[in-house]
Write a protein that binds this ligand. Structure first.
Ligand SMILES: Nc1ncnc2c1ncn2[C@@H]1O[C@H](COP(=O)(O)OP(=O)(O)OP(=O)(O)O)[C@@H](O)[C@H]1O
Length: 591
């Protein structure tokens, strides 16, 4: 059962609104019965007066009762209006609370999950359910209790007339209940199957509407083709949904035939009792009304029950996501990550395979990075350079082997502590749609956003001159996503990203092709700065530009996940192996 945890979410998100709702349930459950009773009193009083000598003498008491009836009606309406307000407020709070919970879980999830379509399916389903299911469960419970209270009263009334009446009413409502249960299962299975399709259509929609695709979509004229694909998926979803819902409507109509027949029989029974003088006219009205409301209440109760069954089923989706376990396990008793590093970083026998793949991305890597030195990783696309960095930051754990800092396995540190010591700019760094200042500051949010180190980092990465030319300098919003944003060139963005890496107060700095889009002059200047900056700092450089690579203290050449050569630039050139070939090939291009 997932209902209880869902109710806990409701309680945690809005305890006061929940209490208020409980009170309203009580009021709204009892008032209709009370109203009925007062109505019966009015009618009885009138019919009694009509048989008496002076009917008008009873007017005052009838009016008094009618006044009471009106008052109770008003209270009923007040409760209805208030519950509208309470429902809206509570639903909003629960939705926001659940969304926050999902976001928290998403951030905590391992990177590996983000490379897995199953994860996205789960996230999508959880998001769908989280938005409304918990408050819906509460609604159903409200419905159940309100209907329940009313139903008990009505059943007592009907049984007092004849027990068969109560049985007939229940029999009438049962088929609809069973049909709902069955279709809850059918819809649940359909929704699971449909998630991947839904995600595909959302993605196609994004391709048609967001900036990163806009250029290619236009140049290759992909619009009509993408739209067709989008339409085909939506049609498929539409057709299957329609087929299921049609079957459900048909089945529901079948159940209505049964329940109508039974209701008419009960009416006939009451009419017969009245005509044969066993019921007064007030009783007739009372029973007729009770019957009508009782039927409504019963169908509400059964709808709530089948709904709860459905909610329980669909909450599996939420639970599936919320119980995802991270594979990057935090140590029970973490050791403090050394700062500054004393000896440096070593990788011994590191082998790694991405989940759901056959190939090993890294194979028996042995490498050492002494403190204060810069090493460079070179190699063809896909040779495993970025993967090695990801392992170093513990975005993944090695399949085999060990990565140590000062001789301690990095799995002994808390991931937050370890990552605080490392500053990385990946090739696919993020272009935050925030101000220039914030774009740099995000590299070290422990700093004050106005800290002079931000300016310093910007100067080191050459971002300062880019920013000074912007309309509001450091306060200019970057990117065109929001109002008054300034778009930058790829190389300019790279300078900003580099400043973000520099502003971080880290022991290891990793630059994964940081200057690939910069012009040669800018690159030269950045590396001059970088040399000064990394004096005494441990650094890893990944670059396809051999002119950049040669300044490293030691160079590792990677090929298909293995290190095939290593040494200083001179050593590797003398060796005349792969490195020398790469270097000479590029050098030739420059002459
Ligand atoms: N998330 C992933 N899931 C599965 N395989 C991956 C993933 N990321 C990379 N790979 C594979 O791992 C291998 C190494 O990739 P990696 O990104 O480390 O290469 P690289 O040397 O950094 O390449 P480049 O020079 O193009 O940046 C490649 O064969 C790639 O296909």
């Amino acid at each position: 059962m997932h209902l209880l945890p869902a109710l806990k979410f409701v309680w945690a998100s809005s305890a006061r609104w929940t209490l208020l709702r409980a009170l309203l349930v009580l009021v709204q459950g009892t008032l209709p019965l009370l109203l009925l009773y007062v109505l019966k009193l009015v009618i009885d009083r009138i019919s009694l007066a009509l048989t008496g000598p002076d009917p008008s003498a009873d007017l005052e008491s009838v009016l008094l009762l009618l006044g009471l009836f009106g008052l109770l009606n008003l209270v009923n309406h007040l409760a209805m209006v208030t519950s509208d307000l309470v429902n809206t407020a509570q639903a909003q709070q629960v939705t926001d609370y659940m969304q926050n919970l999902l976001l928290e879980k998403s951030v905590a999830a391992d990177l590996e999950y983000y490379e897995n379509s199953d994860y996205y399916d789960k996230l999508q389903r959880a998001q769908q359910e989280a938005a409304y299911r918990p408050s819906q469960i509460l609604n159903r419970l409200v419905q159940l209790s309100q209907g329940g209270i009313l139903l008990v009263g009505v059943t007592v009334l009907l049984v007092s007339l004849h027990w068969v009446l109560a049985v007939l009413i229940i029999l009438g409502a049962l088929p609809a209940f069973l049909v709902r249960l069955k279709f809850a299962n059918v819809l649940y299975r359909w929704q699971r199957r449909r998630t991947a399709l839904e995600r595909q259509s959302v993605y196609l929609g994004l391709m048609l509407t967001t900036d990163i695709y806009a250029k290619e979509v236009r140049l290759f004229n992909l619009g009509p083709w993408l739209r067709r694909r989008y339409r085909d998926i939506r049609r498929k979803i539409y057709r299957e949904t329609l087929a299921i819902v049609s079957r459900r409507s048909l089945a529901t109509f079948g159940t209505e035939i049964v329940s109508t027949a039974l209701t008419v029989s009960v009416f006939a029974f009451i009419a017969y009792y009245t005509l044969s003088g066993r019921l007064k006219i007030g009783d007739l009205v009372l029973y007729q009304q009770a019957l009508q409301r009782g039927e409504g209440a019963l169908s509400n109760v059964l709808r709530a029950l089948s709904g709860l069954y459905e909610d329980n089923l669909f909450l599996t989706h939420l639970k599936e996501f919320l119980t995802l376990e991270p594979k990057i396990v935090e140590p029970a008793c973490p050791l403090p990550c050394p700062s500054p590093f004393q000896t440096g970083i070593t990788l011994s026998g590191v082998t790694f395979q991405y989940a759901n793949t056959e190939r090993t991305a890294l194979q028996n890597i042995n490498l050492s990075l002494p403190v204060g030195q810069t090493i460079a990783l070179v190699g063809e696309n896909g040779s495993g350079k970025t993967t090695l960095i990801k392992l170093l930051c513990r975005l993944y754990d090695p399949t085999l082997g060990q990565i140590c800092i000062d001789g301690i396995d990095i799995r002994q540190f808390s991931t937050a502590d370890l990552r605080r010591r490392i500053s990385v700019i990946f090739q696919d760094y993020v272009k935050y749609p925030f101000t220039a200042q914030e774009n740099i500051w995000l590299g070290n949010i422990d700093l004050d956003p106005e800290d002079p180190k931000i300016l310093e980092a910007a100067k080191q990465s050459q971002a300062d001159s880019v920013i000074q030319a912007l309309p509001l300098q450091y306060q200019t919003n970057l990117g065109k996503l929001f109002e008054a944003g300034e778009e930058l060139s790829v190389g300019q963005w790279q300078k900003i990203a580099l400043a973000r890496a520099f502003v971080r107060d880290a022991d290891l700095i990793v630059l994964d092709e940081p200057t690939s889009a910069m012009d040669p002059k800018a690159e030269y200047e950045v590396f001059q700065q970088f040399r000064t900056l990394t004096q005494g700092q441990t650094a890893i450089l990944i670059s396809h530009r051999m002119s950049t690579v040669r300044m490293a203290d030691r160079i590792y050449v990677m090929d298909q996940g293995q290190i095939i050569e290593s040494g200083t630039h001179e050593e590797l050139m003398n060796r005349n192996g792969q490195y020398a070939i790469l270097f000479n090939a590029q050098a030739k291009n420059y002459h």
